[in-house]
Each structure stands twice: as C-alpha cells, then as structure tokens.
Design a protein around this ligand. Structure first.
Ligand SMILES: C[S@@+](CC[C@H](N)C(=O)[O-])C[C@H]1O[C@@H](n2cnc3c(N)ncnc32)[C@H](O)[C@@H]1O
Length: 369
C-alpha cells in the first residue's frame, strides 16, 4: 500500500470512529461542567462539524479545525492594536457550513481565515477572506495554496480595510457574510457605513453572522445596561520607542450617558512619565478619572510611557446588539451569549458565570432589492 492510501485510510478510520463516538453522545445532549449548573444549549462537537465536509476533504478540514476548535486565543501577528484571534464558534460555524454549499461567502476581518477555509471545504462556490494585516492574510494564502488545484480557485484573499471591499466584490452578489470580533472596534459614527457595506454586498435574503465582545465580561460581573455606554481597553506600558508593549491590565469602563463616542476621547492618549495633568484628565470622561489615577499610581515607579491602546472596544448585550442591527434594516434571526471556548451558552449561565462574546445572526430583507 502506498503512503497516501495509508494516510487516507487512517483518516477515514479516525473519522468513522469520531462519527460513532459522537453518535453515542448526541449533540442534542444537555451539557454542563458537572457543577449542577448545566447549560441547556446544545453544543456542537468537532466531529459534528467534520460531518459537513465531503470525505475527500476530511483530512485538511480536521487539520484546520484543530487550530480553532476550543483553542486558546492568540495575538494577531505583529499588530498588537488589533487584539487577538479567537477560537471558532462551533454552533455558528456549523450553521454557516450547513448552508454554505454552492454559496458565495465573505469573511470580514478573518485574520488567518480558518473559518473561511472550512466554509470553502464544506462546498461553497466561492469564498473571499479579508483582513487588514498582510501577514495574517498571507497565512491564509499559504493554506489555500497547499490545497488541491480544484479547490484553490474557490478562494480569494483580500488584504485591506474592510470598508474598501466594495472595490473587490460585486454589489448584491454574496449569500453569507461572517464578521467576528471586528464590529466592537468601530466607532458608533462608523456603524452606518459598516451595515451599508454588509447590506450592499449581500443578495436579498443573504445571511449575516457576527460576534462582538460581551458586557458579561470574563472577569467582571455583568454590567447593568442602564449604567451607560460600556467599553473596555487595555492599559499598556511601552518603552521609549513604543516597541515592546506590556499589558498592565484590561479595564472595563462605563461612560456617562452623555459620552456618545468614548473612543474619540481616549484613543492614543499618552501619559508621559506616568503623570497625568489636570487638563489631560479633564479631556477624558469623568467616569474614567479614578481608574486612570489608580493605574498611574500603580506604575509610577516604572520607566516608560503609558497609553491607552487603540483597540478600545465597545461591549454589547444580545439585546442592544439586536436593536442596532435591526435598526440598520437587517432582520435579526437569533442572538447568543458565547463563552471563552466559543460555544453558545444560555442566558442563565451568562449571568451566573459571565460570557465573553455576543453572537448574532441576521438576514437581509428578501424583497427589498
Ligand atoms: C480581534 S481580531 C479578530 C480576528 C478573528 N475575526 C477572530 O475573531 O478570531 C480583529 C481582526 O480585525 C482585523 N481588522 C482590524 N481592522 C480592520 C479593518 N478595517 N478591515 C479589515 N480587518 C480589520 C485585524 O487585523 C484582526 O485580524
């Protein structure tokens, strides 16, 4: 037997075993962590997702999925300001891959594009993968180039600002758009343009799926939506050349109600020598003053500069994200709390244990275009 045949047979054997073992534990099963606080949301497993790709693509799909299924987050290559790349959202990915057959798909801000690759392997007609960081898109390109020739043509990497995607993709030509963890970096003044882009590229009835940072943040108790605009940022120390960033802390802030656009207040704010004068402080929302003073006191003995990083991000609840998307003219079909591993979790678990992300699925109106 030659080596390729042995490898293929081993993969098939592996897959069959996966299929059998996961039939025993059906994806419909109620899952929990054994502490009596079981979550009633069904969780999609890795074999569930693998069943959505043709047998010929199992090997490469498994390899790709292993990189992102319940994986650790990792920094975006060389671009600290763009945060991290996160594990896939198995339930969302399953939903999209189930519908991807012969469809035209775009992933916005997909980093190295494993989700996009999997939608292509599940049979999409064409998949565009966009990110602004060239090194991330290059990883995707390399992965695409290592595919069989008949698969390679299915994918188009697009490096650049997502707001320029209209220059690369025809209007009303896409069936599915996925945008994970980009929207929360936008300023409220950019929301109309973002939804305009999504609606303009999708066909009538096209699917839009997104995730954003949650207010039910990882290490903090849920923030009451009535408290005002909520956002988080990293406080970072840089050396004199701004080259070796060291994250001090992730801080969650709630702005006063009259602060419509918190990002414009604190973006790129530099505190020389860990001092902040009254004038600079007064330019920041009052709700930040105590926190900023506290951090500056903590690091005042250290050399370097402190600044609030660019990737300040808004925090959302399923409810306020739903309102935003619906008011942009999309029909919201579902919203979800999402945990650190990327899985959908119930409202109860989100409230008791926290949630990292909010997920949302929507459609463009069927009869408007
Ligand atoms: C927090 S990461 C999320 C990456 C990936 N979607 C995920 O959820 O794992 C944000 C991504 O957005 C990309 N990005 C930031 N601004 C962008 C823009 N204007 N257009 C396209 N991509 C952008 C970054 O390069 C980065 O890969």
């Amino acid at each position: 037997m030659n080596k390729t045949l042995i490898t293929t047979l081993s993969i098939l054997f592996f897959w069959q075993n996966f299929a059998i073992s996961s039939e025993l534990s059906s994806p419909l099963e109620v899952l929990g962590d054994g502490d009596g606080d079981e979550d009633e949301i069904k969780q999609i497993t890795l074999p569930d997702i693998l069943r959505l790709v043709p047998e010929t693509e199992i090997g490469v799909s498994l390899k790709t999925l292993k990189l992102i299924f319940e994986s650790d987050r990792r920094p975006i290559i060389g671009q600290h300001k763009y945060g991290q790349s996160f594990p896939c959202n198995p339930e969302m990915l399953y939903d999209l891959m189930s519908q991807a057959g012969r469809k035209r798909v775009l992933e916005i801000a997909g980093a190295s594009g494993e989700n996009a690759l999997l939608m292509g392997l599940a049979g999409a007609e064409h998949v565009y993968m966009n990110d602004i960081v060239p090194e991330e898109v290059n990883t995707f390109r390399t992965n695409v180039e290592s595919q069989k020739p008949e698969l390679r043509d299915r994918f188009t990497p697009i490096t650049g600002d997502c707001f320029d995607l209209g220059e690369h993709i025809r209007a009303n030509s896409l069936d599915i758009i996925l945008a994970r963890n980009i929207f929360h970096f936008l300023k409220p003044s950019q929301y109309d343009d973002f939804f305009g882009l999504v609606k303009g590229l999708l066909k009538p009835g096209g699917i839009f799926a997104m995730t954003v940072n949650s207010r039910y943040a990882e290490y903090t108790k849920p923030i009451d939506p009535s408290e005002g605009t909520s956002f988080s940022t990293f406080l970072i120390i840089f050396d004199e050349n701004y080259e070796t960033p060291k994250v001090l802390a992730r801080a969650t802030f709630v702005c006063e109600d009259d602060t419509k656009d918190p990002l414009s207040y604190i973006n790129h704010q530099v505190f020389n020598g860990f001092k902040i004068d009254e004038k600079t402080l007064n330019n920041l929302p009052k709700s930040l003053h105590e926190t900023i003073k506290e951090y500056i006191k903590k690091v005042s003995q250290r050399k370097g500069k402190l600044r609030v990083l660019e990737n300040t991000s808004m925090l959302f609840t399923p409810e306020n994200l739903h309102v935003l998307v619906a008011s942009a003219g999309l029909h919201v079909t579902s919203t979800h709390h999402i945990n650190k591993k990327g899985h959908y979790i119930s409202e109860k678990t989100a409230k008791n244990k926290g949630a990292n992300f909010v997920g949302l699925m929507a459609q463009t109106p069927k009869d408007e275009k």
